[in-house]
Design a binder for this molecule. Structure first.
Ligand code: RRO
Length: 312
């Protein structure tokens, strides 16, 4: 079996990437992703200015996943723009980084995207509409009017490939409303899903929360969220105009998890919690396991089964 994947006209060795936020804060971490078996990779969501993020501890792993309230720590947008433009000039290995942007307001997003539009960067930009962890800033993706306003303003000037990172939705009415909005725009892809926002993990022994920010509330990732992630991949795959691809993120820790996301219609696959816990060797394992699943089922390429989920 082969994992070769075409996405937005580019060819990748395999569909696996890091999820933005994991292993992509610094040039050193990004270079490790470059040298890893990941098919592609993405930078940490950037704001205009460098941010330290929330106080620690701000990430905690549990038996079934993770909770985080990082608070958008990042080196500032120029740091990552320099990295991706430099990569474009000097590396021709076909796994050029995606550039994640998470301005803290509509104006900040617009200003950052205007700079990307004017820059030499020719890669893929991902607009994060779903950060759950900045105190006082609701997830944009849950404000349907704001989501439409931002995209309307963005596509007045933005001409490079743009995807959006969405929060998970939990109701068919919301799948319908959001898909209707997204279908109005020349989006390259949607990425489903960001962490399930504002969960609370309780440690019974210490009778305490496990992360410091927001009195312990944080975004949930890992095994807990796979069914929600698959539902969102499937819901958007079946509702969006076929020119809008879907990236699957949420609960991918095995070849079988990856297979399930692909069956639901995902093209690229992003790994968050499992990458945080296992390190960059996770990519080699996931590729081996996904190939094993495909071989056992008699599939030679991903195209043979992508999106082909059966219903009863
Ligand atoms: O930095 C974070 O706290 C964070 C972000 Br921006 C995001 O989009 N998703 C998440 O789980 N954490």
């Amino acid at each position: 079996a082969v994992l070769k994947t075409e996405f937005l006209g580019q060819k990748y060795e395999n569909p696996f990437m890091n999820a933005s936020g994991v292993h992509c804060l610094t040039v050193n971490e990004l270079d490790e992703l470059k040298r890893s078996k990941a098919g592609a990779f993405i930078t940490k969501s950037a704001t205009t200015l460098e941010r330290a993020g929330n106080p620690e501890p701000r990430y905690y792993a549990t038996a079934l996943g993770s909770i985080n309230s990082m608070g958008l720590p990042n080196k500032g947008f120029q740091y990552y723009l320099d990295y991706v433009v430099d990569y474009q000039k000097n590396d021709s290995d076909g796994k050029a980084p995606f550039f994640s942007v998470a301005g803290m307001s509509r104006d900040e997003n617009i200003n950052i995207l205007k700079i990307i539009q004017r820059s030499d960067f020719q890669g893929v930009t991902e607009l994060n509409l779903s950060c759950p962890n900045v105190p006082g800033k609701p997830q944009v993706g849950y404000d349907f009017q704001m989501t439409e306003q931002i995209l309307t303003q963005v596509f007045e000037f933005f001409r490079k490939p743009l995807g959006v990172k969405l929060p998970p939705y939990f109701d068919f009415a919301h799948f319908d409303i959001v898909a209707n909005i997204l279908n109005k725009f020349p989006l390259a892809y949607v990425n489903c899903v960001n962490s399930v926002g504002n969960g609370l993990y309780v440690d019974a022994a210490s009778e305490s929360v496990v992360i410091k920010p927001k009195n312990g509330f944080g975004g949930i990732g890992g095994d807990y969220i796979k069914p929600t992630a698959l539902a969102n991949v499937r819901a958007f795959y079946t509702r969006l105009n076929p020119t809008i691809k879907v990236i699957g993120t949420g609960g991918i820790a095995s070849g079988q998890d990856a297979f399930e996301h692909l069956l639901c219609g995902a093209t690229m696959l992003q790994v968050g919690t499992a990458l945080y816990e296992e390190g960059i060797s996770v990519f080699e394992r996931l590729e081996k396991e996904l190939k094993e699943v495909m071989t056992q089922k008699g599939y030679k390429t991903i195209e043979e089964f992508r999106g082909q989920l059966r219903t009863l």
